[in-house]
Ligand binder design. Structure first.
Ligand code: NAD
Length: 482
């Protein structure tokens, strides 16, 4: 009770209602958010029924024509105004994000700052008509036509940022939306939806909270034109199946098992260890593009492994509200149990664990940074996307071998290469099967740079003009004088 009232004092204006057709809707059935740092209830929120979902889709459909017909510049202004709404309440959004997701202050700052930045930058983009010069064909152009109603479905690791990655381009391109956040982290998105009603016409942005079945209802709904989805590969397959019913467009941002390859010529081992540590453990490793397999050349393996262990010992793990905390808990019990099970399997297999290795005996979903020493390539901790702080360190001898091992996965989201010889690093990067490859850096994103997975890590692009264009159909108009 005391936590709920503390929270209510923090955000007196919100009771986390659904936003449907420009109105805030409370529901009889309530959801309960859990604080992952304490494993205790945080607060209640509205929970959408099938009929709320129906109302949200109907409202989005009803608002579509007028929104589509507004000038591009007006939509730009309104999308940019959404950034102001968050900026004016940045501290509260960060605190709410920490409470519901678990991440520490720096990580919350990165996510909420990213929301503001993305909304402003996407608002500046323009999808121009494509003119063609075809001798004898008259005037030919291809114009971008909005799709209609977009369902945006998001996971629990970056709840607001990944929603904004969909909301901003979908709105700008002239679509209306129904947004469904993860049942584990609905609060920031519900609050954003509530605030956005002051800036957008009724029905343009609808936010409903609910479980996986609500996601399925949306993806099967005949009046949804596109599904923009971020989540696991397994769910992505189901989304694609449901979307096939009426050939909905889909953008799928799915799981990854990202390799990092450290070339033998690196020199500053301690500095590199820090960068690689955060490559793997940022957001407590609940990051689709976290480094999940670290390949180290055998000539530097012992030194780099030791530097990683030493650095890990200096990074405080705790409640995200504690300013000392650099790594928070896992976000939910399901994920905590999944990662605990992976650790148990790693121990049972007799693999050498350099640090961590078992969940902490304290309230909340805390798992310490765990480094596994050179497990075989078929170990579960190598093959599976842990989505938790478990990193296998893998020794390699030559480039062909490491490229083959790095590519030996169904995933292809991102990868990184670390080395002083940039020509060699480029050559390795170009052989990796991944949508993004970073060289001597990690997790650099921009609203103007395309992001998307290869292989079973996804379908389509988010960000950049290519991502914006995925919220439209191309219409070709070929004109000739009579
Ligand atoms: P998840 O697939 O379980 O859930 C994601 C969302 O889909 C949730 O809102 C959920 O309620 C909804 N959902 C579940 N079943 C559904 C169905 N049948 N139809 C429609 N919607 C459904 O994923 P998660 O556990 O929330 O997130 C973790 C996963 O997300 C990891 O695999 C991670 O790699 C991936 N991820 C990918 C990216 C990326 O950009 N590629 C980013 C973040 C997370």
């Amino acid at each position: 009770m005391s936590q709920i009232s503390t929270f209510a004092a923090l955000l007196p204006d919100t009771h986390f209602p659904l936003s449907i057709g420009g109105e805030l809707r409370q529901t009889r059935e309530r959801g309960q958010a859990i604080n992952p740092a304490t494993d205790t209830p945080l607060c209640e929120h509205a929970l959408a029924s099938a009929s709320d979902c129906e109302d949200a889709v109907r409202a989005a459909r009803g608002a579509f024509g007028a929104w589509r017909d507004r000038p591009w510049s007006e939509r730009q202004r309104r999308v940019a105004a959404l950034a102001d709404l968050i900026e004016e309440r940045q501290e509260d959004f960060m605190r709410l994000l920490t409470l519901e997701q678990g991440k520490g202050r720096a990580a919350a700052e990165w996510e909420i700052g990213g929301c503001i930045h993305w909304l402003r930058e996407i608002a500046g983009q323009i999808l121009a008509d494509l003119p063609f010069e075809l001798p004898g064909a008259g005037t030919v152009k291809a114009r971008h036509v909005p799709l209609g109603v977009v369902a945006a479905i998001t996971p629990w690791n970056f709840p607001l940022l990944l929603a904004i990655w969909k909301i901003a381009p979908a709105l700008l391109a002239g679509n209306t939306l129904v947004v469904k956040p993860s049942p584990y982290t609905p609060l920031c998105t519900l609050w954003f939806g509530e605030l956005a009603q002051a800036v957008l016409p009724p029905g343009v942005l609808n936010v409903i909270a609910g479980g996986n079945e609500l996601g399925q209802t949306l993806t099967e709904h005949p009046d949804i034109d596109k599904v923009a989805f971020t989540g696991s590969t397994a769910t992505g397959r189901r989304v694609m199946q449901s979307a096939a019913r009426n050939l909905k467009r889909v953008t799928l941002e799915l799981g990854g098992n990202d390799p990092a390859i450290v070339l033998p010529d690196v020199e500053d081992i301690d500095g590199l260890a820090q960068q690689l540590f955060w490559a793997a453990f940022q957001n407590s490793a609940q990051f689709c593009v976290a480094t999940k397999r670290l390949y180290i050349h055998e000539s530097i393996y012992p030194r780099l492994a030791q530097a990683l262990v030493d650095y890990a010992a200096t990074v405080p793990l705790g409640d995200g509200l504690d300013p000392q905390t650099q790594l928070g808990p896992l976000q939910n019990r399901m994920q905590f149990d999944k990662v605990s099970d992976l650790l148990a399997a790693t121990r049972q297999a007799g693999l050498r664990i350099l640090c961590g290795g078992a969940p902490l005996d304290r309230p909340g979903y805390f798992i310490p940074v765990t480094l596994v020493d050179n497990p075989p390539d078929d170990a579960r901790c190598v093959v599976e996307e842990a989505f938790g702080p478990v990193l296998p360190l893998l020794s390699y001898r030559d480039i062909d071998e490491v490229v083959a091992r790095a590519n030996a996965t169904e995933y292809g989201l991102a990868a990184s290469v670390w080395g002083r010889d940039l020509q060699q690093a480029q050559a390795v990067a170009q052989r990796l099967q991944a949508g993004t490859v970073w060289i001597n850096q990690i997790h650099a994103f921009s609203p103007h740079v395309p992001f998307g997975g290869h292989k079973q890590s996804g379908l389509g692009i988010e960000n950049a003009l290519e991502g914006l264009a995925e919220y439209s159909n191309l219409q070709t108009i070929m004109q000739r004088p009579l």
